[in-house]
Design a protein around this ligand. Structure first.
Ligand code: ADP
Ligand code: MG
Length: 709
């Protein structure tokens, strides 16, 4: 009989309970205090923790440990060291102390640094993040103790996703606690929360291996849409194919043992597309769990002779994959700050945070857009399957009504304590309706209020949530600081506190109206309307990334102590570099694929047809009877001819782009002058796929890849 999930949950995690049984009371309490307050853990305690971790890990069969970190490549990184150490001739023992726990020095030279690290100073440090628990990674029979860490350069500059994320969480917490004190002096902590929803495709391993484009770029670069795609919408929420189901159970069990609280699984819209989502957690832990899950899924899939595809757009003409980021803030008094309250007073707190988030997004929309910019995500955004590249906020009809009321009734100067109280009561009476409304009907919005949290829907399926979470935390932190300043100024000038809050909020509603949109975000009308409102609609990554390094963005991150100016520029450069490399690699693969596999096969089939026509001539068949074969020959020749010409032109365009010194210009050249060839080449290749004998076609087709049972 299999064990219950509750029995195996987190058994591979160095949890509080595990820690408690391996640590002295004093040490345990000071670790707890340090993780809760974010204070440093002193060496003596760290030594005890290291020793406890070692005993726990070894008791579970671990032989090695690693600092586990999230470099800007997007994947996770590990460098394993053995606990075992020689202590004499043919003698040894298992060793792990605070030096090994707290700080390591993995060679940083092969991770992207955007110029933060000179080649002569390749050192980088990984440093323990006690706010995310250590865990045991099982690969085959091997077990490794993984310690979540940040990764910084010799000079302390961030080289990873986690270091800035932690800083942004700190900034938001500090700002939010201050604002909470208008309503509740007992709040001492505010913890931002994240519940992600991970979409992915599953394909058969043998078919996957036969597609060099999938293997090397994560997406199909050619391939005609199948006769049946997702038109019938019969896959969504349909029954899960048994092979995939077995895979899901397997990776879910492994995830549970790693303490990842998975909750939901279902089919997605596209054939062979699925989704997995956990309960929400503190942002930092949720991000680690998402990174870990992506890893586990890919590993477990191989055991089932399957492959998981996390790319944002693996198949043309079929929905791509995203990763919704559900985000909110919780207090240590147990309140979700984006959940409408039971009393008029808590509702004012809810409105305060709700409106400040909207204001923050209306100021920081372009920076959010930059945080989700990637070569892969470019295919999704604005492709009528995912939110457009225009950032807007959906709040639902009840919240729209409530904001409208505040805007019309709060009049600076005339707004009194009595009118404030009656307005607050009025709003309060509307809240039950709001809660029923659940405000989740508009699935086309990139940033939607869904009743008690905001859902960021534009994040790509393969991306690390940290990039967007860091921006969101920072813009909201910055906004809350500004808000407090304005409200305090009014209070200082003698205004009643509630009146002051309402007046400032009313101003924000007016100022951030342009970001609110309730209609269909996929429509052409919205693009036009957004342009009239002055909202940006930046459709490609290199240009979207420009907004990372505007003065506004740099000031924001520096002011909130999340990035230094140098770090932002480095990150910008890394993203551009990534973009260039991806397009470059894809261009090379397309060239190789069509020249080595498609063109030869097309010519082979063409020759068969020519022989056939020759045969017709030999037996004296009338010319008109060979006409359809002649047309096929001429079609094939035409496509082959065009493909060869386009591949040569694309190679020239790549060479020209490579000569451009400035990295941003080089990325733009790849975007505008190299990438357009992909579609053109694909068009002709896909036409050939429809003509050439199926027996000869060298690649598995969409219908085989996508309709696995
Ligand atoms: P869907 O978006 O598919 O309708 P739900 O709205 O039920 O699904 O939840 C989506 C995700 O939002 C889940 O991962 C859930 O844990 C998460 N979530 C719920 N409440 C919060 C919150 N306060 N903060 C962050 N995430 C949350
Ligand atoms: Mg959702």
């Amino acid at each position: 009989m299999a064990r219950k999930v509750s029995e195996i949950f987190a058994e591979n995690v160095f949890t509080e309970t595990a820690m408690k049984s391996y640590l002295s009371e004093d040490a345990f309490l000071s670790v707890m205090a340090a993780t809760k307050t974010g204070h440093k853990i002193d060496r003596k305690i760290a030594d005890q923790v290291a020793s406890a971790m070692k005993s726990w890990a070894i008791s579970k069969g671990a032989t090695h440990y690693t600092h586990w970190f999230q470099p800007l490549t997007g994947a996770t990184a590990e460098k394993h060291d053995a606990f075992f150490q020689l202590s004499g001739t043919n003698r040894g023992m298992e060793v792990f102390d605070s030096n090994a726990l707290v700080q390591q020095e993995p060679d940083a030279s092969s991770f992207p640094s955007g110029g933060l690290r000179n080649t002569f100073e390749a050192r980088g440090y990984s440093a323990w993040d006690p706010s995310s628990p250590a865990f045991l990674m099982e690969v085959g029979i091997g077990k490794t103790l993984c310690i979540p860490t940040i990764f910084v350069s010799y000079n302390g500059q961030a080289l990873d996703f986690k270091a800035p994320l932690l800083k942004s969480l700190q900034a938001l917490e500090t700002a939010a606690v201050e604002v909470c004190h208008y309503f509740d002096k007992n709040v001492t902590r505010v913890v931002p929360t994240l519940g992600w929803e991970q979409e992915y495709f599953v394909v058969d391993e043998a078919l996957y291996e036969a597609r060099p484009d999938l293997v090397f770029s994560g997406r199909t670069l050619i391939g005609h849409a199948p006769a049946k795609g997702q038109q019938l919408e019969d896959h969504y929420f349909g029954s899960i194919p048994e092979r995939v189901y077995a895979f899901m159970l397997d990776f879910e069990m492994e995830s549970f043992r790693l303490g990842i609280p998975l909750k939901t699984r279902h089919n997605e819209v596209a054939p062979s597309q699925f989704e997995v989502a956990p309960y929400f957690e503190e942002v930092n832990v949720a991000v680690d769990h998402n990174q870990l899950l992506m890893d586990v899924m890919q590993r477990v899939a191989r055991r089932h002779k399957l492959r998981v595809i996390l790319h944002e757009k693996p198949f043309a003409g079929i929905n791509g994959s995203g990763k919704h980021n559900n985000w909110s803030m919780a207090t240590d008094t147990g309140k979700n700050l984006l959940s409408p309250g039971r009393t008029p007073k808590t509702n004012l707190q809810f409105l305060t945070f709700f409106i400040n988030v909207i204001k923050a997004v209306s100021e920081g929309d372009d920076i959010i857009r930059a945080s989700i910019a990637s070569a892969a995500n470019d295919f999704r955004l604005g492709a009528n399957e995912a939110p457009p590249a225009i950032i807007s906020v959906f709040i639902g009809s009840y919240m729209t009504e409530i904001l409208g009321e505040i805007e019309s009734k709060v009049e600076s100067g005339k707004f009194t304590e009595e009118s404030e109280q009656s307005l607050r009561l009025e709003i309060h009476n509307k809240i039950p309706a709001l809660m029923q409304d659940n405000t989740d009907r508009n699935r086309t919005s990139p940033f939607a209020f869904t009743g008690n949290k905001f859902e960021v829907r534009a994040v790509g399926s393969s991306q690390n949530c940290s990039a967007t979470m860091t921006v969101l935390n920072t813009i909201v932190a910055d906004q809350l600081v500004a808000f407090k300043k304005e409200v305090d100024a009014l209070i200082y000038n003698g205004k009643n506190r509630e009146v002051a809050l309402m007046e400032v909020l009313k101003g924000y509603i007016t100022e951030s109206k342009k970001i609110l949109f309730e209609g269909n975000n996929y429509s052409d009308e919205w693009e036009e309307e957004a342009a009239r409102r002055g909202l940006n609609n930046i459709k490609n990554a290199p240009r979207a990334l420009d907004f990372m390094i505007t003065k506004k963005s740099i000031d924001l991150f520096v002011r909130n102590d999340v990035f230094t100016e140098e770090e932002i520029h480095a990150r910008h450069e890394i993203e551009l570099e990534k973009y260039i490399k991806i397009v470059q690699i894809e261009g090379r693969i397309i060239g190789e694929l069509v020249m080595n596999q498609i063109v030869p096969v097309a010519i082979q089939y063409e020759n068969e047809l020519i022989n056939n026509i020759r045969g017709h001539n030999e037996i004296g068949l009338h010319v008109s009877l060979s006409e359809s074969q002649r047309n096929l020959v001429s079609d094939i020749s035409g496509h082959v001819n065009t493909i060869v010409k386009l591949v040569n032109e694309m190679t020239e365009a790549r060479k020209a782009a490579n000569h451009i010194e400035n990295i941003r210009d080089r990325a733009i050249a790849y975007c505008d002058l190299v990438k357009p060839f992909f579609e053109e080449i694909r068009y002709h290749t896909d036409k050939l796929e429809l003509i050439v004998d199926d027996k000869l076609w060298p690649l598995p087709k969409y219908r085989e890849l996508l309709f696995m049972r």
